[in-house]
Design a protein around this ligand. Structure first.
Ligand SMILES: [Mn+2]
Length: 230
């Protein structure tokens, strides 16, 4: 399975990114309708965390079958794998309190299906736009250059265990208010940390505005880097 995915440009439609969904596909559909999202021409890229917390986690599989929907792997997708594998690092109480009850109560066959599908999701992806390359990763780009991230995830650099958690768990940029640019990429889009409104630090866009909770779903249009709704 590829840990990195590349998408060519979409000359006929628009490309959007959306933050963490966490089992709220009906709410997301309403946001897409308001934005006049056209599945025949437009594409939607998710920063991951499709499941847990909301009532519609099982729908993640049906969304991943849509040709216009693409996602990277969030830490909640990793939790399904850890649970199925009986990973001692995963505390079942923690998993339950972070929304994993629906998964723990699914049949073993269903659990396998979800974990296998989510394991196929890339850690990061990139999209060509007319204005330049845009990258997506769930939480954090642990490199100062997107080229280095691509090289790492395609196996051109040695595996480093400490980097693996950073992609899906790190909040370092927000905590340090780090405004540095990630080189070789126009913008990097991440989720993982719920915010009241989208926040750009350097060229990194944090777009989880908690549509799965008390907030709303922000769509970032990747050509103009404009947020919908503004
Ligand atoms: Mn997350």
């Amino acid at each position: 399975m590829a840990r990195f995915e590349h998408f060519g440009p979409n000359p006929d439609g628009r490309d959007y990114a959306v933050g963490d969904i966490h089992g709220h596909f009906t709410r997301l559909e309403a946001t897409l309708d308001r934005a006049r999202f056209d599945p025949a021409r437009d594409r939607l890229f998710s920063v991951g965390d499709l499941v847990d917390r909301g009532p519609e986690s099982p729908r993640a599989l049906e969304w991943l079958e849509q040709p216009w929907f693409h996602a990277v792997q969030g830490n909640h997708e990793v939790l399904t794998r850890q649970y199925v594998d009986g990973d001692p690092q995963l505390d079942p109480h923690d998993y339950r309190s972070s929304g994993g009850t629906w998964f723990m109560e699914s049949s073993p066959a269903e659990q396998m299906l979800y974990a296998d599908r989510f394991s196929q999701l890339p850690i990061a992806l990139e999209i060509e736009t007319a204005q330049g390359l845009v990258g997506l990763v769930h939480a954090h780009c642990p490199f100062s250059s997107w080229t280095t991230l691509r090289e790492y995830l395609t196996g051109a650099l040695p595996y480093a265990i400490e980097l693996e958690e950073a992609f899906q768990w790190s909040r370092a940029r927000l905590k340090q208010r780090d405004e540095s640019e990630v080189r070789d990429v126009r913008a990097v889009v991440v989720g993982h940390t719920p915010l009241r409104r989208p926040r750009r630090l350097g060229n990194v866009w944090h777009i989880d505005t908690a549509g799965w909770s008390e907030g709303y779903f922000s769509l970032l249009e990747l050509g103009q880097l404009k947020v919908v709704p503004a």
